[in-house]
Write a protein that binds this ligand. Structure first.
Ligand code: AMP
Length: 211
């Protein structure tokens, strides 16, 4: 299975990606997580990306296309993968096509902007492995601690309300047109994001069973 997850920031892509990843035994490739890890390590790519991510803007296409090219060439992607957060622009989608990569589906998780703003205030991520949590909808077993690796859960800098507004407008301007792009290719699947993680998962797995 080669899958693209589309949807606004905070729609639940990362959470659903973790579940699909486990069910189908394929890796999730999250450009956001790769960029955050690079920022933490202070690599050259991380330094280039810093100002963009902090403002809630997109990192230049050539940077993320480079990241994806390198990552998809690794062995664990041979049997399939989930792309979480890539592509985010039409040129990125075209670059993926030009790499000769055909996806089975682009699944969009639809959530209204007002709901996104509410959700983002409770979002937490693991500072170690990048796993996502929510204070109400996806609580860790132990407060403030990652179930998977035991590192601290933190609030992402770009989840501040002002930055979220900017990220949403970037999503509508630059990423939402990808729905038409993949619809034209006959690859678009749409599900409505639900309050409960497991209810969204049921819709996602139902949609994927048809491909
Ligand atoms: P995410 O965790 O997917 O919300 O990504 C966090 C931030 O990383 C975004 O707001 C962008 O600044 C950057 N980013 C992640 N993926 C991409 C992408 N495909 N294209 C451009 N910027 C990206």
């Amino acid at each position: 299975m080669r899958l693209i997850l589309l949807g606004a920031p905070g729609a639940g892509k990362g959470t659903q990606a973790e579940i699909i990843s486990e069910k189908y035994s394929i890796p999730t490739i999250s450009t956001g997580n790769i960029i955050r890890a690079a920022l933490k390590e202070g690599t050259e790519m991380g330094l280039r990306a810093k100002a963009y991510t902090e403002r809630g803007e997109l990192v230049p296409d050539e940077v993320v296309i480079g990241i994806i090219k390198e990552r998809l060439a690794q062995d664990d992607c041979r049997e399939g993968f989930i792309l979480d957060g890539f592509p985010r622009t039409i040129p990125q989608a075209k670059a993926l096509d030009e790499m000769g990569i055909t996806v089975d589906a682009a699944l969009s998780i639809e959530v209204d902007d007002s709901e996104i703003v509410k959700r983002m205030s409770g979002r937490r991520v693991c500072s170690g492995c990048g796993a996502s949590y929510h204070t109400e909808f996806k609580k860790p077993e132990k407060d403030g601690v990652c179930n998977l690796c035991g590192d601290d859960l933190v609030i992402r800098k770009d989840d501040e309300p002002e930055t979220v507004k900017n990220r949403l407008s970037v999503y509508h301007d630059q990423t939402e047109p990808l729905k038409s792009y993949y619809k034209a290719a006959g690859k678009l699947l749409e599900v409505k994001g639900q309050d409960k993680v497991e209810d969204t998962t049921a819709l996602v797995l139902g949609a994927l069973s048809g491909i």
